[in-house]
Design a protein around this ligand. Structure first.
Ligand SMILES: Cc1cc2nc3c(=O)[nH]c(=O)nc-3n(C[C@H](O)[C@H](O)[C@H](O)COP(=O)(O)OP(=O)(O)OC[C@H]3O[C@@H](n4cnc5c(N)ncnc54)[C@H](O)[C@@H]3O)c2cc1C
Ligand code: SF4
Ligand code: SF4
Length: 659
């Protein structure tokens, strides 16, 4: 690789430039699929390059991958997968080779009734619950739950795998790196995408800057093209500056992030990745596309009790409790370990979308707790999922770049699957890149369209993504309609599905007073708000308790405080010397904001009440789940699709490779 000093002085220290052939942003399943497929074909069996590098003649293409998290495999996912894409890459895949992997052996879908009487249920659901209880003996009703006697085929993961995302990614990472053709750099966030706009112009000092980083989307409309672009070309990325204060101002030990120039930039930075956001801000989304559907996923990895009857490979999905909108999952790994958790979706219209507290109530449901009692917390994590799927797809390719994985709209909300889809798009891109490299064709938009886009459009990921396109629309009008709509879409292969568009969150999140009307008087909400602020405790906890949710009986083993989950389970930490990656864009909007939903839902308790009504962010507690980015309920003046929180590139976060 060639290291050259760039023409871009930062004022204190010169910014370095590195030239590579391909640079990847993020090491999740999508880029892992890309690198696994690519790395196998870059050198011949005798060690000579199968394809020659453009930047290091005589060597194979120089491929770099930068991962934000401090190690490979610190991501969060369920995971149960049909593993079609994974098996296509690893035809001889033996689950025994991957720690915590097991073939799927049993699948159940379970409706959970409300055993505590605090859940916010519609009259229809209450009536359904009453009928189920009245028919006790006729229905398979036990432990306040009904195991559905039948579930639709589109939900099944028959022949698939239960995995730990962290362990799988470490297994893949080791294989990719052992080829010697790819370098993966964890702990190295990518801050910006570098875009070249036609003819370079000299700056005020007469220097010619060949490319410029894209301004952060916080200063751009997220869905509109904001700059004139004469055949813009992505020419690489800029890494994050080190040795700066919270606002990013250089301090002692300042080291400007290096510019990595490459003919192809592969963007696989997931649902809240800053590079994906910047590309969306720069190029806009295709007509009619949006990213209004998402969910916060939170999970525990648990040592099950010694006498557990649960067998590896068991897959359980729940709905109905703790709130009808919240889905649960429970997957069993080998050696008495289970992954379990909940999803809190965007269409759960409440200003108290607190995943941690709801997760504990879900675990305490009699149907679930009988499996968990006596168990122990091993690991904990949280992350958001982009659930718009095909409708959230951005421009997948452009001059010098291609997008893969969840940030490119691969997640399928109908089948509840994301890993296999993300992986497959990465593998499709790798085959396309090899084709172009061998033909010595440039990574232009046209060439990427004729190779990657063509493969992707012809694949099962696209076909199933289209079936799922409107599958969740019904949930905009309630859970029952949502379930019916989903079944309709799935059973008719997408031919019939509810029509409509999701509403942006700020239009659906009521104020606390509106939400609790009829249950807690407005004056009492205000009183609780003041008391909690003085005591420094969470308001959602007090409000939920007031509505009948019982206190959590902490046992120090599995039912632990949120702080203990962060420290024991997530082992969350952040190195010093980096800017805050969560930024409140318009403080005056925060001052006026009644819900302060960002504080209530923060997965890491990293956002707290600050001075003058503007929240304070503590980088050391942030798990990088991105929930605040999606959930903030205040749109910014220049773009109603974007909320008042910017989520930028940052370091640290979870330090567990089991999630
Ligand atoms: C709780 C939970 C349960 C889930 N359960 C399932 C399941 O059972 N089955 C299933 O198939 N899917 C499941 N999913 C979805 C699945 O995890 C995703 O679809 C999948 O991980 C997407 O892969 P990806 O590579 O596109 O993105 P990601 O997995 O998000 O990977 C993106 C990577 O990019 C890195 N990154 C981000 N920004 C930067 C930056 N600026 N610089 C460098 N690196 C960066 C991130 O750290 C991350 O490692 C679940 C998700 C969650 C949260
Ligand atoms: S960040 Fe958003 S949710 Fe949080 S206080 Fe500000 S406006 Fe309200
Ligand atoms: S501050 Fe960090 S932990 Fe809290 S919601 Fe935002 S990304 Fe998640």
């Amino acid at each position: 690789m060639t290291l050259a000093t760039s023409t871009q002085p930062t004022g204190i220290v010169e910014r370095q430039r590195l030239d590579a052939d391909i640079v990847c942003v993020g090491f999740g399943p999508a880029t892992a699929g890309f690198l696994t497929t690519l790395s196998k074909q870059l050198i011949n069996q005798d060690g000579t390059p199968a394809i020659e590098s453009a930047v290091l003649p005589g060597a194979p293409p120089q491929v770099l991958c930068y991962e934000r998290a401090d190690d490979i495999g610190f991501g969060v996912s369920g995971v149960v997968t049909r593993a079609r894409g994974l098996r296509a890459t690893f035809p001889n895949l033996d689950p025994k080779d991957i720690p915590m992997a097991a073939p799927v052996t049993e699948e159940k879908v379970v409706y959970l009734l409300d055993p505590v009487g605090a859940s916010r249920r519609s009259w229809a659901l209450r009536a359904a619950d009453a009928c189920i209880r009245a028919c006790n003996g006729l229905l398979p009703f036990e432990h306040e739950a009904v195991e559905l006697p039948w579930s639709p085929a589109f939900l099944h993961k028959t022949g698939g795998l239960v995995l730990s995302m962290g362990q799988f990614m470490q297994w893949v990472g080791a294989q990719v790196q052992s080829t010697g053709t790819v370098q993966i750099w964890p702990g190295t966030p990518v801050a910006e995408v570098l875009i070249e706009h036609g003819e370079p112009e000299p700056d005020q000092a007469g220097r010619v800057t060949p490319c410029a980083p894209v301004p952060h989307p916080s200063s751009l409309g997220a869905h509109g093209v904001t700059r004139p672009t004469s055949a813009p070309k992505v020419v690489g990325v800029r890494l994050l500056d080190q040795g700066v204060d919270k606002q990013g101002k250089p301090g002692d030990g300042f080291m400007p992030g290096m510019d990595i120039h490459a003919a192809l930039t592969v963007v696989g930075d997931g649902p809240v990745g800053p590079i994906g956001q910047q590309l969306d801000a720069q190029f806009g989304l295709p007509e009619g596309h949006h990213t209004r559907d998402w969910a916060v996923g939170m999970k525990f990895v648990v040592d099950l009790p010694a006498d557990t009857a649960l067998k590896p490979g068991m897959v359980l999905h729940t709905f109905g409790f703790p709130e009808p909108e919240i889905f649960g999952f429970f997957y069993v790994h080998p050696e008495r370990v289970a992954s379990l958790g909940i999803f809190v979706p965007s269409w759960f219209d409440t200003p108290v979308r607190t995943a941690y507290r709801y997760l504990q109530h879900w675990m305490l449901h009699p149907y679930i707790w009988r499996y968990l009692k006596g168990g122990k917390l091993r690991s904990w994590g949280a992350k958001t999922i982009g659930e718009s799927g095909r409708r959230g797809e951005p421009h997948l390719v452009g001059n010098g770049y291609a997008r893969v994985g969840e940030g490119s709209g691969t997640t399928n909300v109908l089948t509840g699957s994301g890993v296999d889809e993300a992986w497959s798009t990465g593998a499709q891109l790798a085959e396309s890149v090899l084709e172009l490299l061998k033909a010595k064709k440039p990574f232009s938009r046209e060439n990427l369209e004729q190779t990657y886009l063509k493969r992707r459009r012809a694949s099962w990921v696209e076909a199933e993504g289209r079936v799922a396109e409107k599958a969740r629309v019904g949930f905009q009008k309630g859970v029952v309609r949502g379930m019916v709509g989903m079944a309709l879409a799935g059973l008719t292969n997408g031919r019939f599905a509810p029509n409509g568009e999701p509403v942006p969150p700020y239009k659906r999140i009521p104020t606390l007073e509106e939400y609790y009307r009829g249950r807690i008087p407005a004056a009492e909400v205000e009183q609780l708000r003041k008391e909690c602020a003085i005591k420094g405790i969470s308001l959602h906890g007090a409000l939920m308790q007031r509505c009948g949710w019982p206190a959590i009986p902490y046992d120090g083993q599995l039912l632990v405080s949120h702080q203990d989950a962060l420290l024991l389970g997530g082992k969350v930490q952040a190195p010093p010397g980096y800017a805050d990656h969560v930024v409140f864009l318009y403080p005056e909007l925060c001052e006026r904001c009644g819900t302060k939903i960002c504080i209530e839902l923060c997965s890491g308790q990293a956002i707290a009440l600050g001075l003058g009504g503007v929240p304070a962010f503590d980088r050391e507690k942030c798990v990088h789940c991105g929930a605040c980015y999606w959930n903030c309920a205040q749109p910014i003046p220049e773009n109603p699709e974007r909320m008042n929180i910017a989520f930028r590139a940052g370091t640290g976060g979870l330090h567990s490779a089991e999630n």
